[in-house]
Design a protein around this ligand. Structure first.
Ligand SMILES: Nc1nc2c(ncn2[C@@H]2O[C@H](COP(=O)(O)OP(=O)(O)O)[C@@H](O)[C@H]2O)c(=O)[nH]1
Ligand SMILES: [Mg+2]
Length: 359
């Protein structure tokens, strides 16, 4: 000790050493503490999505009537208000026509419904008669295009390929997750393919759904060409003896023409692997887009030959009448509807239940 105090050089060296060791200790401690913050943005997104999904799981099942409450108010609710209690007379026709035109049914549908009311004027004495005329007419429209047959194509000796299309935000990825979960529950071996290479984090979103649905996912990080992904997915579907391959696609409004060309290419490429594929081209429409959804349906159908429509976000939307327009104005069957964000919120479309919920 005396030696230490008598030799200032030794004291300085020792002090520097102690400070150095302490500094290094602090540095490594801080670094270790910072470690969890080094999650990649992708991991963070995945975590947030997982939390969101598990929160939704505790939600209760939505009844169809509840989901369609706003559409009911917007359609029959307004007609009922106009007629309230009084008997039906030709002077009410104008009011009814106005309600029909502002219920997102589509112009062709409105003309059909309106002329049917005009033709049956002598039999309609009040709201109840009018209600049954409208119900029957709409049921007839759905029947014409076999809406309500929610069975989607499934080949006995697989793989069946479903291509899912629609504009951005319509609910494609969510619907694919719900469909995959349903099919997996039925014992099908399902592969979902992350063909939306345009939207940031679309693959992470699909990954969460693949985990929930307990199905396989094909989501190559280094391939950006959606046709190549579709091709590979169908090839894997065949080689891996999958029953079903569901291919997600991108949807962009502003480059509609390019998008359609890209989608047509994806469709062609699928047929190269399996000549009859895709076995379903499912168009996902957001109920809230109302009349615009009908235009989307026309365009997608012209380009791709849509085989069935799934209308999402019926819950809370006042524009659910668009389902009738899809069947009558565009001539496409409505196969399923989305009434919320969790798995059980994808329901087979029942024309009967739909009609009695909105009228
Ligand atoms: N309320 C409600 N939200 C839905 C429904 N379907 C999808 N969504 C939500 O709509 C948003 C867009 O869906 P997404 O699947 O990413 O659309 P995509 O861009 O077409 O793939 C997400 O927040 C979904 O949770 C539905 O039936 N009801
Ligand atoms: Mg998507």
């Amino acid at each position: 000790m005396d030696l230490l105090f008598n030799s200032p050089e030794l004291l300085i060296i020792l002090t520097v050493l102690i400070i150095g060791v302490f500094g290094a200790f602090l540095f490594f401690r801080k670094k270790k503490k910072r470690e969890p913050l080094r999650e990649t943005s992708k991991e963070r997104e995945l975590k947030a999505l997982k939390e969101e999904v598990s929160q939704r799981e505790v939600r209760k099942l939505v009844s169809l009537e509840d989901a369609l409450k706003n559409t009911q108010k917007n359609f029959w609710g307004r007609i009922g208000e106009k007629l309230s209690g009084k008997s039906f007379s030709p002077s009410d026709l104008e009011d009814i026509e106005e309600v029909l035109y502002t219920s997102d049914l589509g112009p062709k549908t409105v003309q059909k419904l309106f002329s049917s009311i005009e033709n049956k004027m002598s039999d309609i004495s009040g709201a109840d008669n009018l209600r049954s005329v409208l119900r029957n007419e709409i049921l007839g429209i759905f029947k014409n295009v076999e809406s309500g047959s929610s069975d989607l194509a499934l080949r006995p000796d697989g793989p069946t390929v479903w291509m899912v299309v629609g504009v951005n935000g319509a609910g494609k990825t969510t619907t694919i997750g719900k469909l995959a979960a349903k099919m997996s529950e039925q014992g099908k071996k399902v592969l979902i393919a992350a063909g939306d290479t345009f939207r940031a984090a679309a693959d992470a979103q699909l990954k969460v759904w693949s985990e929930r649905a307990n199905v396989d996912i094909y989501s190559p990080e280094n391939i950006k060409d959606p046709s190549a992904i579709a091709f590979d997915a169908c090839t894997k579907g065949k080689a891996g003896q999958y029953d079903l391959v569901i291919v997600d696609t991108a949807g962009r409004l502003h480059t509609q023409k390019n998008l359609m060309e890209e989608l047509k290419k994806i469709k062609r490429v699928m047929a190269k692997v399996e000549s009859t594929a895709p076995h379903e081209v499912l168009l996902v429409l957001d109920a809230n887009s109302g009349q615009n959804a009908l235009m989307q349906a026309q365009e997608f159908h012209e380009a791709l030959g849509v085989t069935g429509v799934i209308i999402t976000k019926m819950d809370g939307s006042a524009k659910g009448g668009v389902a009738v327009g899809v069947a009558c104005d565009v001539g496409l069957p409505v196969k399923m509807i989305g009434v919320g964000e969790s798995v059980e919120d994808l329901r087979p479309f029942s024309p009967q239940d739909f009609v009695t919920s909105i009228i």
